[in-house]
Design a protein around this ligand. Structure first.
Ligand code: SF4
Length: 290
């Protein structure tokens, strides 16, 4: 049976969602590197609650291809619209930023760019290659959009051999259309299965609090595992503002623990499950067992 559901409400956020800024000087240094290289981060654009912790540790998730997304997912704080032309030199700036930040493990993501013929696949692939060239020994995780499920575009990224290929399923099958209208549950599973078939470490993630049931979450975890996914993240959906999907409930820390145990039994190599978990949260420690 599902644990008791806690409603968000006038009492504000529960205590387990309190975050802190750990090191202001390091935070500013991270910010400066990002800005001087003319880059965007999902940390900032998606209003991630962990930005204080991650940036204070000198880690950030760089967002390729600008900060304007061609899709209108109901949960995401990144702005939608018509993006600018992409910059073919961005992969080099990304690698320079990874070097300047002194990262041992870099996480790259992007907005969806359905306006580009390859969906932005080349920029992902070239960024991986540039990081390999400029920062030997640095691990690379890419969190990709579905690239409309086109094998030739997915293979452009897969051929660059990222250490981790991440693609989020975001929510359970029933809620896909409401939560991310331009994507599809089956398509995302196929993206992940193809990555696993190509010998990559496949990773995915989903959010709680959008109206899903516990059984649906467990079914989704089973589907991800059956697709060959080895790392999974489970976190709390937080509504960015009134224009986004309402948050139905706060899942309790105990529910996250139960799901972690359940996912481990399914055979995932690594499970990050907790209220503040995001797909790039502690990404480096997730990859070690995989
Ligand atoms: S969890 Fe990921 S997106 Fe959030 S601040 Fe950390 S690195 Fe950035």
């Amino acid at each position: 049976m599902d644990p008791v559901l806690r409603k968000g409400g006038p009492g504000g956020k529960p205590p387990w969602l309190k975050v802190r800024l750990e090191d202001w000087a390091e935070f500013r240094r991270t910010e400066e590197v990002v800005l001087t290289h003319g880059l965007h981060t999902v940390c900032h654009s998606a209003r991630c609650p962990n930005i204080g912790e991650c940036w204070s540790r000198g880690t950030a998730t760089l967002m390729l291809l600008g900060n304007t997304c061609t899709r209108t997912c109901g949960f995401c704080a990144v702005k939608s619209g018509v993006p600018r032309a992409f910059d073919p030199h961005e992969p080099h700036r990304v690698a320079e930023a990874v070097k300047a930040l002194g990262l041992r493990f870099a996480v790259l993501t992007s907005v969806a760019r359905d306006d580009l013929p390859d969906g932005g696949a080349w920029v992902f692939a070239e960024s991986i290659r540039e990081i390999r060239r400029l920062c030997p020994g640095v691990g690379v995780e890419v969190l990709i959009p579905d690239l409309r499920g086109k094998d030739e575009h997915l293979d452009l990224v897969f051929d660059a051999r990222p250490d981790v290929l991440n693609h989020n399923i975001e929510t359970v099958r029933r809620l896909q259309r409401r939560v991310r209208p331009s994507a599809a549950y089956g398509r995302s599973l196929r993206v992940l299965a193809r990555a696993a078939e190509r010998g990559l470490v496949a990773k995915s993630g989903l959010m709680l609090g959008l109206g899903e049931t516990g059984d649906e979450v467990r079914e989704t975890l089973g589907d991800l595992r059956a697709a060959g996914v080895r790392i999974v993240t489970i976190g709390q959906y937080l509504r960015p503002d009134e224009d986004h999907l309402p948050m139905e409930r706060y899942a309790s820390p105990e529910e996250f623990e139960e799901l972690r145990d359940y996912a481990r039994v399914l055979g995932f190599d690594h499970v990050e499950s907790g209220p503040l978990v995001r797909s790039s949260y502690h990404a480096e420690r997730a990859v070690a067992p995989a």
